[in-house]
Design a protein. Sequence first.
Length: 187
Amino acid sequence: MEPTQKKGTISTIINVIRLSLNGEEQDYTQGSIRKAVFLLAIPMILELSLESVFAVVDMFFVSKLGQNAIATVGLTESVITIVYSIAIGLSTAATAIVARRIGEKDPEAASHAGAQSLMLAMIATIILSLTGMLFASEILALMGASPEVVRDGAIFTRIMLGGSVAIILLFLINGIFRGERVMQLWL
C-alpha cells in the first residue's frame, strides 16, 4: 500500500469515527452496509474498552492488600466478563429493535421494545445476582482459587456479582439510547 493510500485510509477511518460520535441523525438504509455496521459498533466498542479499564483500576487499588486480594479481583473479573457478555448481548438486541422501530417512524413501538428489554434485563439480573451472591465461594473455587483466596475473597465476589444489576442496566440503557439516537445521554 502506498503511503498516500494508507494516509487516506486512516483519515477515512477517523472521519467515520467522528461521524459515529457527532450525534447527528444518520440514515443507515442508504449507502454501504459495512459503514453502517461500523458506525453502529463504535460506541459499543468504546464502552466495552472503558469497562475493561475497571479491572485494571481494581487491581491497582488492591495490589497493596496482598496476593489473595489480587487473585480475588482477577478471578472475579473473569466471571464478571460473563455478565458483560450478557449485558452486551441484551444491549445489542435492544439497540437493533429500538433503532428499527425508530427507523419505521414508530416511537411508541420503540418505547415498548425498550420497556420489554428492561423487564427482560431485570429478570436476568435477578437470576445472575442471586446465583452470584449465593454461590460466590463455589464460583471462586471452580475458577481455581485456593482455600485462602476463597475465604478472603468471597465477600468481594458476592458484592461484585450481586451488583451486576448496575452493569447490565448500564449497558442496556445505553443501548436503548443508542437505538433512539439520544447521544447526549450515552456519550
